[in-house]
Write a protein that binds this ligand. Structure first.
Ligand code: ADP
Ligand code: MG
Length: 314
């Protein structure tokens, strides 16, 4: 059973939620309305040594900041601000002296920069490498929340930055080139914690999620949840310097945002975003009618057929 089948099975087995407006499994965060038009959102992501990082390829401080960033990214993807985290540390006996302290220093410095409080957690021994697990909590107006299920036919599809640098950096790291600028980008993701809440305030933004597995894979979650399809213009994909189109579409860990916007408001929103953040919002395609989350790839406006798009996540 793959990751997504397992999550679907878990979701089926806990379908009954308390009758209090909870929204559970299926989006970047769970949602708990708390009254007065406000909601809390919750997310949990773990980083495991040997799966998500190599202990000797990243400093403990940078790993601390990254562990926080990947969790704040899911809060930003809901369109609200992160406010607090809980940190569970599972640490093996063979850690270098000072490693845990340096990790926590990186985590707490990044928390301070992000205006997020570390309010609890857990600390245990691990017999199989470092395992870092964070629960992040966000808060904001319930009306600002953006979900994967709200894309509408005709929406323009945008991403908030150039894509693929993290995947290209991972390739450098795995080849032993740990000092390249791309490897540094892979080690130091920057979650969109300012852009996310700003986009949350925009009624023209319909669906939103963060890009952790690559556009080609992640967009399918929006399409499946919104019961629609999409056409993506390959010429419009903003490929990061040093990355390939495959990195941009199939590589993971960019932690940028993917959103759909009412077609009539799309140009205005892109201009307002650029005025606010001093960088563009990239329009990459549109939402179409389809009942099977169909994703069409276009080049020069013409459909690209065949299976040459050899993404890892297909
Ligand atoms: P993301 O990449 O945004 O972190 P995931 O693909 O990890 O999202 O998870 C998709 C959805 O499934 C989320 O709503 C998440 O909370 C839920 N989920 C993932 N793993 C589990 C689990 N073991 N138990 C319950 N819910 C889970
Ligand atoms: Mg996510």
């Amino acid at each position: 059973m793959g990751e997504f089948e397992l999550i679907a099975a878990i979701a089926r087995s806990c379908r009954t939620l308390p009758d209090n407006g909870f929204e559970g499994i299926g989006d970047d965060c769970a949602v708990l309305p708390v009254g007065d038009g406000e909601a809390l959102v919750f997310t949990c992501d773990a980083l495991c040594e040997g799966v998500h990082f190599l202990r000797d390829a990243i400093s403990p401080e940078a790993l601390g900041a990254k562990t926080l960033a990947v969790n704040l990214s899911d809060v930003a993807a809901m369109g609200v601000r992160p406010v607090a985290t809980l940190l569970a540390l599972s640490l093996p006996a063979d850690l270098d002296a000072g490693w845990a302290e340096r990790f926590v220093a990186g985590y707490t410095a990044a928390s301070e920069r992000s205006g997020v409080a570390l309010v609890g957690g857990d600390t245990t021994r691990s017999t199989s490498g470092v395992v870092l697990s964070v629960t992040a909590i966000g808060r904001g107006p319930a009306a600002h929340l953006k979900r994967r299920r709200d894309a509408r036919i005709g929406d323009a599809i945008f991403v908030t930055d150039r894509l693929g640098a993290s995947a290209a950096g991972l390739r450098d790291l795995l080849a032993g080139r740990c000092g390249t600028p791309l490897a540094e980008i892979h080690r130091t993701p920057q979650a969109e914690i300012e852009a996310g809440p700003w986009l949350g305030e925009q009624p023209a933004v319909h669906a939103m999620m963060d890009l952790s597995d690559g556009l080609a894979s992640d967009l399918r979650h929006i399409l499946a949840a919104s019961h629609c399809g999409a056409a993506i213009d390959l010429d419009a994909i903003p490929v990061a310097a040093g990355a390939t189109l495959d990195d941009a579409l199939g590589g993971g860990e960019d932690y940028k945002l993917l959103l759909t916007v009412s077609a009539t408001a799309a140009d205005g929103l892109a201009s307002a975003f650029e005025a606010r953040f001093g960088r563009p919002l990239y329009r990459v395609g549109r939402i179409e009618a389809a009942d099977d989350a169909a994703l069409r790839w276009l080049r020069d406006g013409n459909p690209v057929v065949g299976d040459w798009l050899g993404f890892r996540h297909f």
